[in-house]
Ligand binder design. Structure first.
Ligand SMILES: Cc1cc2nc3c(=O)[nH]c(=O)nc-3n(C[C@H](O)[C@H](O)[C@H](O)COP(=O)(O)OP(=O)(O)OC[C@H]3O[C@@H](n4cnc5c(N)ncnc54)[C@H](O)[C@@H]3O)c2cc1C
Length: 301
């Protein structure tokens, strides 16, 4: 399936290559079979060259950040997983209120930077457990804020490997969606603009939002956050609860008792368990309320 020296060519580009890597180690759901190749990149050059090589050799590739919105199939992935994470995560100050951050940085690290520099506007996003790249793709948001509110421009590689800067307006941010999904863009980073604030007030807001998460969300179990998007005019969790599905279990996957909008892994859940549970929930909620629940969690097939 792979050209004989594909492995060596990958190793020539990047030191951090793993073979037959269990994907449950790289997803917050703790689910997923093995990926043939798993590359953690640390420079734009590595990202570009790995992608070029995959295209040349006709090998599939898939980008992941922190794996916090991702369900990986039990069969794993035949191809190369490219992790834009910890190794590609610097921040560079531009001026008092503006900085550029690389795609692999965690939102919690940006929040720490904002606090340290007394910058306000990032507080609602501070507890989302993803990378900047993942947040831009998903237009991640919480407590009335979304990544689109703070990002002024996004640095990407398009599917031909060309580097581009895309303005906020042209990113077509919508509810849990952006141009990145539509055009398979690779997020290299973004420019973020916040405003000067008061350190104590920023700190209080961040801990308030994070406290609310701890109170309401089943953070003690592996999950990928909210399983479904919020249907217009409803709350997914409430619809699921009204359908008496709180605690509904398939194998090791369960509708959380604490927050019905979360599917959790209560022990050795397989991707198949989660998919069956999701489809049962969608079916029952539709029968009871006529509302179609759309999945927010991405599936790596
Ligand atoms: C406990 C918990 C709470 C959560 N709370 C929230 C919340 O409040 N609000 C919210 O919006 N989400 C929430 N999430 C979901 C998740 O954290 C977000 O969707 C986050 O933005 C995903 O980022 P990631 O780096 O983990 O992306 P991944 O899960 O690794 O990837 C998600 C998608 O983005 C793509 N992607 C990732 N990085 C890049 C890149 N650099 N370039 C191109 N494509 C890329 C992947 O291919 C995939 O399609 C929560 C998840 C958990 C587990």
């Amino acid at each position: 399936m792979y050209n004989n020296d594909f492995k060596n060519k990958l190793l020539n580009i990047c030191d951090n290559v793993k073979f037959d890597e269990p994907m449950h180690k790289h997803t917050t759901f703790r689910i997923g079979g093995n990926a043939d190749f798993y590359v953690s990149v640390s420079s734009e050059k590595e990202i570009t060259e790995v992608i070029k090589l995959c295209k040349l050799e006709n090998v599939r590739f898939y980008i992941i950040g922190n794996g916090s919105n991702l369900l990986v199939k039990d069969e794993g992935f035949r191809g190369v997983i490219i992790e834009i994470g910890n190794g590609y995560a610097d921040i560079e100050e531009i001026d008092d209120e503006t900085f550029a951050a690389k795609g692999g940085i965690l939102l919690s690290r940006i929040a720490a930077y904002a606090l340290e520099h007394e910058l306000s506007g990032f507080e609602p996003l501070s507890g989302i457990p993803g990378t900047l790249g993942g947040a831009v793709v998903m237009n991640a948001g919480a407590y009335g804020g979304e990544i689109k509110d703070v990002v002024t421009e996004v640095y990407v590689l398009d599917c031909d490997g060309n580097k581009k800067t895309i303005s906020n307006k042209d990113m077509e941010f919508g509810y849990r969606t952006s141009l990145a999904t539509k055009e398979s863009l690779i997020i290299l980073g973004a420019k973020i603009k916040l405003k000067k604030g008061n350190r104590d007030e920023i700190k209080v807001l961040m801990s308030d939002f994070n406290g609310r998460r701890r109170d309401k969300q089943p953070l003690e179990f592996p999950s990928a956050g909210s399983t479904f998007k919020r249907p217009e005019g409803y709350f997914a969790g409430k619809l699921i609860e009204d359908s008496n599905l709180k605690g509904y279990t398939v194998g090791g996957a369960q509708v959380s008792e604490k927050h019905s909008g979360f599917v959790i892994n209560i022990g050795n859940a397989t991707c198949e368990d989660v998919l069956k549970l999701i489809s049962d929930v969608q079916k029952k909620v539709y029968e009871d309320s006529g509302v179609e629940l759309e999945r927010e969690v991405k599936i790596l097939e």
